[in-house]
Design a protein. Structure first.
Length: 491
């Protein structure tokens, strides 16, 4: 049988390729990039039939990525010509900044049509980022049923599981047979969210969650079999007021793709799916990495946040770090006399300071991540202290050996003359490296524990902050050791 040409082939000029529905990610990006000029031309020509045919070849996620490269006004045109359900799925995959821009480009009727079709959890993620007035306007565009759902989800604390759940789940009766359940699913029709049908939930007369059953088990079971025989016998659930991080931990621990959400009385409220949890993981990881860089977490993607807002986010920590470095300058001023007597000591200052800062940055990064993923808890601080005490000493010993060897080698090879007391200078540098690196490791490891115990985000113990703290102490350690070892010779 002869294959019918795809929409892309019928254009004839730009792209001649058969595009299946399950196009690979890279392939979809390449084809999308080639299609952009064509799409813009078709929009100018108002050839909506051809546009609709081309866009139907893409998966919603790929289509959202393609539309993200267009102006909001052009994206709004394309969303209007798509089928209502497809337009809603595409809108869900567009980044929040793009969604906000589209809300301004679309007419109220189009906005209402899309928002009423968008899944409740994705709609909540958008509404909670908008100003209060904009949120109220959009709530007014929703149908009474969807407005009630949206208001209920927004009523949960920000950052809670309730904000991430969707009320689209299927509840079944304890006394049904498999045939009864399948008939119930057919009556519901295809409007239900596909990814929430993986599990069906059994509730009692008061709406309390009793148990659940897997859809894959149901469809292979004898239709006459009581559904109670297929129950999982598990009470895994989340509470709506739990913080989002608890959902991440639960999904990781139990290796599931969907979990029910209940209230304090055990009444089933909705479900949370793994795609929403992945969004939380990405958001939390991004914030931690930004904080580790020595700044406040940005509230938007890098290219979307205003320049002034980004400067404010970065300036505060830079000022704090600058004030910390002023202490370093003060410490150096205190040891000016020693530097004048033994100017050779100044050449090793960057070496000593940077080594201590690097060891502290390593330790704090390791512990912050370990706390985040649950590898260690605050109760493990003593074990971590002992490990870092040994590790810091060994690391310091390795660098001390390198530093000592370098000074001796340069002296013997004639690359530089450190004078008659080059052995004491080498010993001073080596001993200082052990002390500074050990102090840096201990400081970097313990600071996150102190912050967690004080109920602060451990990521605040950023690498630049630890390095700044170690800089000042490193100077004191270096010159104290130098004074002890070089007293009566160079000092």
């Amino acid at each position: 049988m002869q294959r019918m040409p795809s929409a892309l082939e019928t254009r004839g000029g730009l792209v001649a390729v058969d595009l299946p529905r399950h196009t690979g990610l890279v392939c979809a990006k390449m084809i999308g990039a080639l299609l952009l000029p064509e799409l813009k031309e078709l929009i100018l020509q108002r050839d909506f039939a051809q546009l609709r045919e081309i866009l139907s070849e893409f998966q919603p996620a790929d289509l959202a990525e393609l539309l993200d490269d267009l102006a909001p006004a052009d994206t709004a045109v394309l969303l209007r010509i798509l089928p209502k359900q497809l337009a809603a799925e595409v809108f869900e995959h567009i980044p929040l900044a793009g969604q906000e821009a589209l809300l301004h480009a679309l007419a109220d009727a189009d906005v209402a049509e899309i928002l009423n079709e968008v899944s409740a959890d994705d709609r909540t993620a958008l509404l909670e980022e908008l100003p209060a007035k904009a949120t109220q306007r959009l709530l007014g565009l929703l149908s009474p049923e969807e407005r009630k759902i949206a208001s209920a989800l927004l009523g949960y604390p920000r950052g809670s599981v309730g904000r991430r759940m969707t009320p689209d789940y299927v509840a079944i009766d304890h006394g049904w047979t498999v045939a009864d359940v399948l008939a119930h699913l057919r009556r519901l029709g295809p409007a239900r969210e596909r990814h929430t049908l993986n599990q069906l939930y059994v509730v009692d007369a008061t709406g309390r969650l009793v148990d659940w059953v897997r859809l894959q088990v149901l469809v292979t079971a004898d239709p006459a079999r009581p559904v109670a025989d297929l129950f999982e016998g598990s009470d895994l659930s989340l509470t709506a007021t739990d913080v989002q991080e608890s959902a991440v931990a639960a999904f990781k621990k139990y290796d599931v793709t969907i979990l029910p959400v209940v209230d304090s009385k055990g009444v089933l409220l909705g479900v949370v799916t793994v795609d929403d949890v992945l969004d939380v993981v990405e958001q939390e990881t991004t914030e931690d990495i930004q904080k580790l860089g020595g700044m406040e977490a940005l509230d938007a993607p890098y290219l979307s946040i205003g320049l002034l807002s980004m400067v404010k986010k970065r300036a505060g920590w830079l000022a704090v770090l600058f004030m910390g470095e002023l202490l370093t300058a003060t410490a150096m001023g205190h040891f000016e006399g020693e530097l004048e007597k033994a100017i050779v000591l100044s050449s090793f200052l960057p070496l000593i300071i940077s080594s201590g800062g690097n060891s502290g940055s390593q330790a704090t990064s390791l512990i912050i991540r370990s706390l985040a993923v649950g590898d260690v808890t605050v109760r493990d601080w003593w074990r971590v202290l002992r490990r870092e005490l040994v590790a810091g000493s060994m690391l310091g010993g390795v660098l001390a050996l390198l530093g000592f060897s370098r000074i001796w080698a340069w002296q013997l090879l004639g690359f530089r003359d450190y004078g008659a007391h080059h052995g004491l200078i080498a010993l001073t540098v080596a001993s200082s490296l052990v002390g500074v690196i050990l102090f840096g490791s201990l400081t970097g490891a313990m600071l996150p524990f102190l912050l967690r115990a004080a109920r602060f985000d451990p990521a605040v113990a950023s690498a630049p902050l630890v390095a700044t703290l170690v800089d000042v102490t490193g100077l004191v350690i270096y010159f104290t050791i130098a004074f002890q070892l070089l007293k009566g010779t160079l000092l």
